[in-house]
Structures are given as C-alpha cells and as structure tokens.
Ligand binder design. Sequence first.
Ligand code: HEM
Length: 449
Amino acid sequence: MKVRNVLLELDNIQGTVLNNRPMPYFGAYVAFSIEDATAARTMLKRLIPRITSCADWAAPKQHAWLNIAFTWEGLRRLGLSPDILEGFPVEFRQGMAARSAFLGDVGRSDPSLWDFPHGNNGFHAGLLVMASTAEGREEILDLGRHALDGLDGIEVTAHLSVGVPPTMREHFGFVDGISRPFIEGQGGEPLPGQGEPTKAGEFILGYENELGELAKGPGPEVLWRNGTYAAIRKIYQDVAAFRTYLRQSASNAAGEEKVAAKMMGRWRSGCPLALSPDVDDPTIVDDPQRNNAFAYYEDDLNGAKTPVGCHIRRVNPRDGLQDTMAYARLHQLLRRGAAYGPLLPEGVMADDGEDRGIVLALINANPGRQFEFVQSQWVNDGDFVSQGLRSDPIVGRRDRSDDFAFPDKPVRRRLTGLPDFTATRGGEHVFLPSISALKWLSQMQGNEA
Ligand code: HEM
C-alpha cells in the first residue's frame, strides 16, 4: 500500500489528536466556566507554554501531557467576534444538549439529567490531562490550579479523574483501544485492517479531506488551521445490568461470553469474532499484525461471524456497506476513551450504587458528518443494515426497540428485552485549537474580527 507523504505541522497540533494515551494511564478532565474574558485569556497565556503538541508528545515534560478545548459558548465568552462564531458548524454552535432528540439522548439520557456542568451549565473550557503516573497527573493539575491564581471570573466547575483500570479493560470487561484509522502524515505504515490511509482533513482542519476538499473553519486561518473538534461523551455504564443480562441469556459461562462477544463483535479479550468466531483466541490480541486484520464484505456480508448489528460493525462498518448508499470513509472517528469510577468487583451481580462509566473524546473535523452521523444513524438506528429500529446492543437507545438478532447455529438467535446498559451523563462538542490559535485567542482584545 502506498502512503502519500503529507506533511502535518506536528508542533502546532495538540498532542491528543494524533497520539494514543499511555498505558497505564492517569487522566483527568477539568471543566471551567468563563465569566470574564480577560481572566480567561490570562489563564490561557499562562497555560500555553505547557500545552503538549504532537511534536512534544514523545518528550513530555513531567511524563504528563496537557491539552485544552473550548465549547462554542467558551469561545464566545473569550471574546471571539459574532461573525466568526456564526461560521462554526451548527452542531458545535448549538452544543450537544440542544441536539439530544436527534442524538437519541432521551429518557434517562435526557440532558436535564446530565451531570453538572454538562448541558449548557458552565462547560466553557476543558483541560485534558494525561499522564503515565498518578504523580504526573497531580503535577499537571497543580499547574492548572496555579494558572488561576489571582484571577476572578474563571472557575473550575467540575473535575473528573479517568484512566485505564489495572485490568486494562473498560467496565463491561472488554479490552478496548485496538482499532483506529491510519492517518496520512502520521508516519509509519498502516497495520492490517486499517485499510487505505485516511486523509488528514477528516481529523485536522487545514488539510485535504476524503471529499478532496480543504477542511476549513471560520475566520482567519490561524484560528482553524491545525485545530479540530471532539465530541465528548460521558456515559454511565450499568455493569450489574450487563452481567445480569448475560447470565439470563446463557446456560453457562461460555455461553455468556459468546453473547457478550456477539454484542460487541470481539470477545472480551479483544479477539475479533471475524478471526475466531467460535472460540476466544487471546493470542491474537497482542499481535498488532492480526488483532484488527479483518473486513466484512468478502466472507461475512450477512454477519455469520460478526453480527451486522454488533457494536464494532455499526460504528465502523469497514467495507461491509459497499453495496449501499453509505460511504463509510466519510464517517470515521478517532477515539480517545478512558474509564471513570471504581470497578464493580469481579462476579458481583448487584449494583453497588457507585457511579462508573466511560468518557469518550471522539475526534472529528466535521461534527455533523462524523460523530453525529455515527451516533444517530449507526448507533441508534438499524436501517442501514436492515435491522429496522434496532440500536447498538451495547450503547444504543432502547425506547424504539430492545432486541438484538444474529445468525447462529443451528438457528438464528434473537435476544429480547435488552435493558439500558448505559445512560448518557454529559456531552459536549468542543474545539481543540492549534497552539498558534491558542496564542491568537489569548491575545485578542475582545470581539475581534
Ligand atoms: C459505554 C460505551 C462504549 C463502550 C463500553 C465501548 C467499547 C468499545 C470496545 C470494547 C471496542 C472494541 C475495541 C476496539 O476495536 O478498539 C469499541 C470500538 C469502537 N467504538 Fe465503542 N464503546 C462505547 C461507545 C461508543 C460510542 C458512543 C461510539 C461512537 C459514537 C463508539 C465508537 C467506537 C469505534 C469507532 C470503535 C472502533 C470499531 C472498529 O474500528 O472496528 N463507541 N468500543
């Protein structure tokens, strides 16, 4: 496969855009509300020297990384002029709470039930702290605190610690973080299963995208070039409900594992059903040449191995939709995810009342065409794979349909009465400006053209 030589300005792109989190990983999200533009710009000036770029990532200060993002309301309060603000994509302008009906954030995922300050309650800027040690995280958090010294009119509204648990698995027990797109200019060669390199403009503004267009933003080039968006999703996971449902759906432990695997498209070890459909083969997982080396069209179009309605095939149908109108390359996401809350101990079937879940930062240069399309059409709807109103068995809405069907031997299997295994507890479309855009924003005099 020929990889085009695209030169990305790595010293100007925030590090989390192109780099995977360290393992193990100690992270935090800190949300700020901005009441005073001058105070916010002062904070930004203080933080900019510590913001990690992609180029800095390999040589981190204090084994920890710091990135910063703004909601549209945050950019407005920072003093960006109305004409520039109007030029941002409608999804970013409105904010995720306003789009809840479209995104399926209904019932117990309704924004009125979201955790503070999500849902237009003071999430104006967010620090993304990433570290390879707990001390590293604390050092960066201290830095954030000091950046506020003596400032009125900018306040911390929330702080959430996240990380990868010692088991290296997310709360439902699945190994995560295996599959990701290969981006032109990131360096190296794609791994088997990553397919053709994705045009950088799908994930970073200022570069050509999959439509052959320059991905752009509003206002001066310095504001948008090398910046991007992320859809932040804070999702509560009801681990007891998930375990109980597996138990009720199978007569033994092996059967439970199979049901879990059919819902996800991978065994909980991370082994893909596509490569080992009948038994788990954890040896595949540690081999990057094999753990993602599959597609669907040639030998599994009807989902006999990987069900067409399972989580990973919905969110990334790979080549499986090529006979349809959908063009999967236009709907890709770069995932940065981490767990929050304590693990429910192994074997416990009853809920312990603790808050736990996942925080996803889904990076995309076009929030409507990428995150919102995937969430509304692929996660929450089954039409695109002839599954009617059926939604994603792991994270989909349940108010329109609550069953999941997949081919099995000797007969097709249909699971019914799937409860809500998850609930959205927060969501924000944020913008991650480039390093030069951060400098530009910090030097604005207010309402600048
Ligand atoms: C509780 C919520 C969720 C959990 C526990 C979860 C878990 C997982 C796991 C275990 C994998 C397979 C590992 C891998 O391929 O790296 C995966 C893949 C993926 N997930 Fe999720 N996920 C959740 C929500 C979401 C949401 C809301 C989206 C997007 C709207 C999403 C997008 C993806 C994508 C794009 C992949 C890669 C699929 C592939 O390339 O084959 N996930 N997820």
